[in-house]
Design a protein around this ligand. Sequence first.
Ligand code: S3P
Length: 227
Amino acid sequence: MSRTPSTDPIRRSQSEQVRRIREHLANRSVVLVGLMGCGKSSIGRRLSSALSLRFVDADDEIERAAGKTIPEIFEDYGEAYFRDGERRVIARLLRQGPQVLATGGGAYMNEETRAAIRAQGVAIWLKAELAVLMRRVQRRSNRPLLKAADPEAKMRELMALRYPVYAQADLTVETREVPHDVIVGELIDALAASLEAASLASPALADKPPLDELTATPDELPVPSSD
Ligand code: S3P
């Protein structure tokens, strides 16, 4: 027989956790960071539905602002141009919290983006082992950085470069080959514990960021002039 949420102690305690997370977040975003293949989008989508928050994928928003796919942006204008647009788009998205925001693997490497996330979000690093990442990225071929002769060597190189920076995130949750809902449960536990501790230490953290510049602007990824 199915039980209703109000009589199920596990569900009831999770909905209480969710209520407290929403309260402590106020207008801040839960921002997922980590390497390609760690599950930021798929886990982020499930987390957003568990928290009854909007889910936003920064890569999708970049593609929308540019009117091109990410491989096309890299091919037509190069990585530096993509990174600049990525920084601007994420700055705008962060003003639209609360939400769950999945960022592309390189976004958190930008110092300005890290500062904006620190001010307007809670960063969670979805940490994964190489084998897990490689198994997952092999399913799709839409990642320009992995169009290398040896994608696994490239991934190792990115791990060495990025893991020390991802470690600056507020929280780290190890993702692995278990059902996504298990990871979502761990994310909710980690968020509830850390937000509560942070707001006890500094109630000002719950202050709301200004709600402005909410729409895509044409200069986020401007078409470069041909000369
Ligand atoms: C990148 C990761 C990609 C995408 C772009 C660059 C990176 O996003 O932003 O291909 O630098 O790691 P995912 O991490 O969502 O695959």
